[in-house]
Design a binder for this molecule. Structure first.
Ligand code: M6R
Length: 367
């Protein structure tokens, strides 16, 4: 039930602190991450030399964030592949490969077929799923459930946050098992602080972003730029907008600008830029700030998502959306929230049904 909310999507966006907290619950032991469902399954993570994460849509964008986290913590190369692409080529996989699938519904046909294919080829399989007892987890060697609760709106929001959370947990769990993470105390503290920080973004930016979307109801195209883990969030921001507002939107890796996309910039073009914290990398931060200068010089209308206190963005931004300080891997969970609110508010301003966008089904059970 929607309760007092205007839409399921609005309710689900607001439920994200809970979705993340519930996904973390019971999976932290002291200052380490221990996922009880993976007890006795250490062999899944030892003796592998490669991980492939497979998924579709929003779940595939969570996978891209997972790639950064797992590589950093577990020190294993990770590739992300769209399930429908993975299956129809001849991928090099075997018993030294772990194939992780991600699916909210656990019923997406493309993803299910990729999992079956991986198993037939002898790979180890682990699924991240939000629906207890769904087909994909039943077809996998192991499952880590996200606990976002039922997601009704076609556009995925709280399931996405829960998927990223599960991937962060998995990265730290794997790192511990493989011996590459000795002390997870800082990351555990980051994890447990997330729900409150997400709640803070919801509270402080809801009105501002809604107003912004209202002004932009006639916009025909919006671009999103991100770097590092901000790149998948740019893709996700663009997908949300396409799905429910029917506006042309594209996400780019900020570093790609000069390699093509900058040609799209003309006066008035709205561009969201996800600015990584300068505390994580001064170099990466300054590169993104230069990107902002470049597009601003060509007349873009720049909407920046940056951490509190980052003043370097101020001279070049038309709008600044603030998120609390967080570790590099945890920032995506904060940065995505204003983009979800923006898509929802823009669709609402256009008079569209945000829960049931045209041409789309909640779960895609055909290939
Ligand atoms: O149930 P799944 O997570 O497997 O679904 C995958 C995609 O179909 C899904 O994320 C889709 O992209 C959403 N509508 C995005 O908001």
């Amino acid at each position: 039930e929607k309760g007092g909310w205007s839409s399921f999507m609005a309710k689900e966006v607001a439920e994200q602190p809970e979705a993340v907290a519930n996904t973390i619950r019971g999976r932290i032991r002291g200052d380490q991450v221990v996922i009880p469902e993976l007890d006795g399954l250490d062999e899944l993570f030892i003796g592998i030399n490669r991980i492939i994460i497979t998924a579709c849509g929003t779940a595939a964008y969570s996978a891209l964030v997972g790639k950064y986290a797992i590589e950093q913590w577990a020190r294993i190369p990770v590739d992300v592949e769209l399930a429908h692409e993975f299956r129809y080529r001849d991928p090099v996989i075997g018993d030294d490969t772990l194939v992780i699938s991600i699916s909210q519904s656990g019923e997406t046909m493309d993803t299910l077929m990729a999992v079956k294919y991986a198993r037939e080829r002898g790979a180890r399989t682990l699924s991240i799923c939000n629906t207890q007892g769904a087909t994909i987890p039943r077809e996998s060697d192991a499952v880590v459930y996200t606990h976002a609760g039922p997601e009704v709106a076609v556009a995925s929001t709280k399931a996405f946050s829960a998927q990223i959370t599960a991937l962060l947990l998995l990265g730290l769990h794997m790192g511990r098992v493989r011996g590459s993470v000795q002390d997870a105390s800082v990351d555990v503290a980051e994890l447990t602080a997330l729900p409150e920080k997400i709640a803070k973004v919801l509270e402080s930016e809801q009105e501002h972003v809604t107003q912004l979307a209202g002004w932009m109801a006639d916009t025909r195209s919006v671009l999103f730029l991100g770097r590092h883990v901000g790149f998948p969030i740019a893709l996700e921001g663009a997908l949300k907008l396409k799905e429910i507002s029917y506006i042309h939107a594209e996400g780019f890796a900020a570093g790609e600008l000069k390699h093509g996309p900058i040609a799209l910039i003309e006066p008035g073009q709205p561009v969201f830029v996800l600015v990584p914290s300068p505390r994580h990398s001064a170099v990466v931060h300054s590169k993104v700030v230069s990107n902002i200068q470049e597009i601003r010089a060509r007349g873009a209308r720049v909407i920046v998502v940056a951490e509190e206190g980052d003043a370097a963005v101020l001279p070049f931004a038309d709008e600044v959306i603030r998120i609390p300080l967080a570790g590099a891997m945890f920032e995506p969970l904060l940065a995505v929230v204003p983009l979800q609110i923006f898509a929802m508010a823009l669709a609402t301003a256009k008079g569209l049904d945000v829960d049931q966008p045209r041409n789309l089904a909640k779960s895609v059970t055909v290939e």
